[in-house]
Design a protein around this ligand. Structure first.
Ligand SMILES: Cc1ncc(COP(=O)(O)O)c(C=O)c1O
Length: 379
């Protein structure tokens, strides 16, 4: 693959092979070689071909992530913001709290949404250091002791309904590299921006969700992986489309699903498998991000502010400390076909999103641009 390279944080680039297949399936979708008489956007989601596609997508996802049998896979709508609400609606029990680790803007937004449904406790936040790290475990203000229930002044404090974290903060570029296994409540993970970029410890989590539009498909579908025993928590008063048990019981076909997004996601899952699965995705992610971080660490002009142990392999955030220089660098890159490097509006600077579909050659081109720009600009 060659220029232009698209570093967009999402919606983001898809593998060229997937786009070729989409093109080939227009105007007529072929499912395992059998023409369906129309494109995938024009056939019923209740038809045999689409039902088979969604079942196969689920199986491919189960194979890739080694999802244990006691977890359901649900294809939902409403994006990650929908899950900010769906999680507390389904899992936050009356009279209990939900504990949130805040490592960036997305987990902070999730707190705000959850607070509409019940009591929220912020375990720890790295906001005061500009989210340049994930709050360390020994800084968490938990309502439980490490061995279960805490008693303070005769008062017994119960573990929360669940413990929530965002495993890759897209805007500030930090990532949780190892999920804790010793928590007293189900761990809920927003994995949107590094989903399927690495193997994942599904069994460490009660629930994982991810919007598709970064690593695996177009916007529109949100994948939820939820442990069976959590399905019975939700009251029937919550909306059907956000009710995990209801959606799982209907195999994600309760109402009309985002058919095109699911179809492209299904193709991407097959692409990941064909490339060698998640171990291969992880090797590539390490190679891409290490090349860029090493270059930034050696730079006199730019710096990558996130603590080394917490750096994201997917979203590399960096800046020069000068907004005019950053803007000039973004324009310099844009002119040479390196697109969408401007940082998020709340963060500024630059952000290079290096999802699964980004070839190493894209990062090599960016690294060359960093060096050439630096040679002509001083701090
Ligand atoms: C980690 C993370 N969580 C949540 C969201 C919000 O996703 P959506 O716009 O699909 O609701 C984003 C969007 O970029 C994200 O990166």
């Amino acid at each position: 693959m060659s220029l232009p390279y698209n570093f967009s944080p999402g919606p983001a680039m898809l593998p060229p092979e997937v786009l070729d297949q989409v093109r080939a399936d227009l105007p007529e979708w072929h499912w395992h070689g059998v023409g369906q008489g129309a494109s995938v956007m024009e056939v019923s989601h209740r038809g045999k071909a689409f039902e088979a596609l969604i079942a196969e997508a689920e199986q491919d996802l189960r194979d890739l992530l080694a999802i244990p049998a006691n977890y359901r896979v649900i294809f939902m709508q409403g994006g990650a913001w929908g899950q900010f609400a769906a999680v507390p609606m389904n899992l936050l029990r009356p009279g209990e709290t939900a504990d949130y680790l805040v490592s960036g803007g997305w987990s902070k937004s999730a707190v705000g949404e959850a607070a509409k449904f019940g009591a929220v406790n912020v375990l720890a936040s790295s906001e005061s250091d500009g989210y340049t790290s994930v709050p360390a475990r020994n800084t968490w203000k938990s309502t439980w002791t490490e061995n279960g229930v805490q008693t303070t002044a005769g008062q017994s404090l119960q573990p929360p309904s669940y413990i929530y974290a965002c495993s890759n903060e897209t805007v500030y570029g930090n990532e949780i590299h190892t999920l804790p296994r010793d928590l007293p409540a189900p761990l809920v993970i927003d994995a949107s921006s590094h989903f399927l970029s690495r193997p994942m410890d599904v069994a460490a989590c009660g629930l994982i969700y991810a919007g598709a539009q970064k690593n695996i498909g177009p916007a529109g579908v949100t994948i939820v992986i939820v442990r069976d025993d959590l399905l019975d928590r939700a009251p029937m008063t919550i909306p059907s489309v956000f009710h995990y048990k209801h959606m799982a019981a209907n195999k994600s076909l309760f109402n009309t699903p985002p058919v095109f997004s699911i179809y492209v996601t299904a193709l991407t899952l097959k692409w990941i498998k064909a490339q060698g699965g998640l171990a291969e995705m992880e090797c590539r992610a390490i190679a891409r991000s290490a090349l860029l971080y090493d270059t930034l660490d050696a730079s006199q002009l730019f710096k990558a502010p996130v603590a080394r142990t917490d750096r994201s392999r997917m979203n590399v955030v960096f800046d020069s400390g000068n907004a005019d220089t950053d803007a000039a660098f973004v324009a310099f890159c844009d002119a040479r076909g390196l697109k969408s490097l401007k940082g998020h509006r709340v963060r500024g600077g630059m952000r290079a999103s290096l999802y699964n579909a980004m070839p190493l050659s894209g990062v090599e081109a960016l690294v060359t641009a960093v060096r050439e720009f630096e040679a002509t600009h001083s701090r």
